[in-house]
Design a protein around this ligand. Structure first.
Ligand code: PLP
Length: 440
């Protein structure tokens, strides 16, 4: 387990997060329950923000809110004076509801809907990231109709292959995102944008994937971006003033993953800063405003999910299933990517693991698992099972599959827990159902 001040086993032998005993959280709020450690989230935001300020100068950390989007997260990001990255009208709406400053929002998306573009312009988002040429046309037309100029970045694909799961790589040459540097399409689009009367190209964006541990991949991507910036200056006398290097820092999920404290995470950023400074020196470029967009690393390890153990099924000589009251509807990551986790019994967290089990969800899918071969003490019905590092891309990707209720989320600090996402009810499930008269 990757313990820290705010995630530890307490004197009662229970798992504790943010000063709150997980067995008490389960009793008071029910399970399944997403629990988020506020100090961890703020600690990560501050570390990255201060590292850029101290060691680079002009820059902005954007919280990649796709990792976990709810009003409280934007409120915390605002208090911590960082920006946010949004990828849909829904994320933008949530940010606006939380009173997030639109000028510190960067909007992404490989297929932004015309309605989303129009909403982003209404809100006054600081930067839109142009991801394809038809979108550039749409955006230009919309800005022309409004008689205004919008700041944009161009998403480029530097062709760096990060060593991570192939389904979560986004910048290989075959990607639905952005413009390839190698093929020349990034250069063509730069030229197009520089001629667009209502779009002001500020610079470039790249994101090479997620859950990446190799600092060298980030460094290589940064070097390629700098080299592209130099080429664009050469070709078009255009000097970009902004460089957004995306997110993707790898976090700890299980044995074998690196364990970082806040300073360890700052190490990823330092590697980027060094590469950007070196690139600017090499090409004689003015240092651009540096942006990064971490999502998983800000919120992933901050979150855990609590479940109650139900049915236990042992198939002699094959495997033992420990079923919980959640599953792929609150955490689809195993089903999607075969992701690995660490689990423990929160009410017996001081007991050593004695067996390896598969943790099964309650959905009608054989593949509905949280993980296989997970070490645990012998679990009993009623135990509270905690799965660690579930803060990122779990609630975000949750669904009502099988008409299960998406679990609520609580934020814990100094032993106090408050809802940041309320529980759903069965009534919520049918709220948008319509029963036409003739079916009654
Ligand atoms: C454009 C962009 N920026 C930032 C992120 C955040 O990445 P991560 O959560 O791995 O830090 C993503 C996620 O895939 C992304 O697509």
């Amino acid at each position: 387990m990757n313990t820290r001040d705010t995630l530890r086993v307490n004197e009662r032998g229970h798992l504790e997060i943010g000063g709150a005993d997980c067995t008490e959280l389960a009793k008071n709020f029910g399970t399944p329950l997403y629990v988020f450690d506020e100090d961890y989230i703020r600690g990560m935001m501050r570390t990255l923000r201060d590292t850029i300020a101290r060691e680079y100068g002009d820059g902005l950390v954007l919280y990649a809110s796709k990792a976990f989007s709810c009003e409280a997260m934007y409120a915390i990001a605002k208090q911590e004076k960082i920006g946010a990255d949004v990828v849909s009208g829904g994320e933008l709406y949530t940010a606006m509801k939380a009173g997030f400053p639109a000028e510190n929002i960067c909007m992404h998306g490989n297929n932004k809907l015309p309605s989303e573009i129009s909403y982003a312009l209404d809100c006054g988002v600081g930067l839109l990231v142009v991801d394809n040429s038809s979108e550039a046309d749409l955006l230009e037309a919309e800005c022309a109709a409004r008689g205004r100029v919008q700041d944009v970045l161009l998403r480029i694909n530097p062709g760096v292959e990060a060593h991570t799961h192939k389904f979560i790589q986004t910048a290989t040459p075959d990607s639905k995102f952005g413009f390839s540097v190698q093929s020349g399409s990034a250069e063509e689009m730069t030229s197009y944008l520089l001629k667009s009367p209502h779009l002001r190209l500020r610079g470039f964006h790249c994101h090479i994937g997620s859950q990446i541990f190799e600092k060298q991949s980030f460094v290589l991507a940064a070097e390629k971006c700098l080299s592209f910036m130099a080429a664009m200056r050469e070709k078009f006398a255009f000097e970009a003033d902004t460089l957004n290097l995306g997110g993707g820092f790898g976090i700890w999920y299980c044995d074998g993953d690196e364990k970082f404290d806040f300073e360890g995470y700052a190490g990823y950023l330092r590697a980027l800063i060094t590469a950007v400074k070196a690139g600017c020196g090499k090409y004689g470029l003015k240092q651009p405003r540096l942006m990064i967009e971490p999502g998983r690393s800000i919120v992933g390890e901050a979150g855990i999910t609590l479940y109650t153990v139900g049915a236990i099924k042992e198939i002699k000589g094959i495997r033992k299933y420990v079923a919980v009251d959640g599953g792929m509807f609150d955490d689809p990551r195993y089903c999607l990517y075969g992701s690995k986790y660490t689990a423990l019994l929160a009410n017996r967290a001081d007991e050593p693991a004695t067996e390896k089990v598969s943790i099964a969800g309650k959905c009608c899918e054989s593949g509905d698992l949280i993980g296989v071969d997970m070490p645990l003490p012998e679990a009993r019905r009623g135990d509270i099972l905690a799965v660690l590092s579930t803060g990122a891309y779990n609630y975000s990707m949750a669904s009502n599959y099988n008409r299960n209720l998406i679990p609520p989320a609580v934020l814990v600090k100094d032993g106090n827990a408050e809802y940041i996402v309320k529980p759903q009810s069965y009534e919520d499930l049918v709220r948008n159902d319509v029963l036409p008269e003739r079916l009654k």
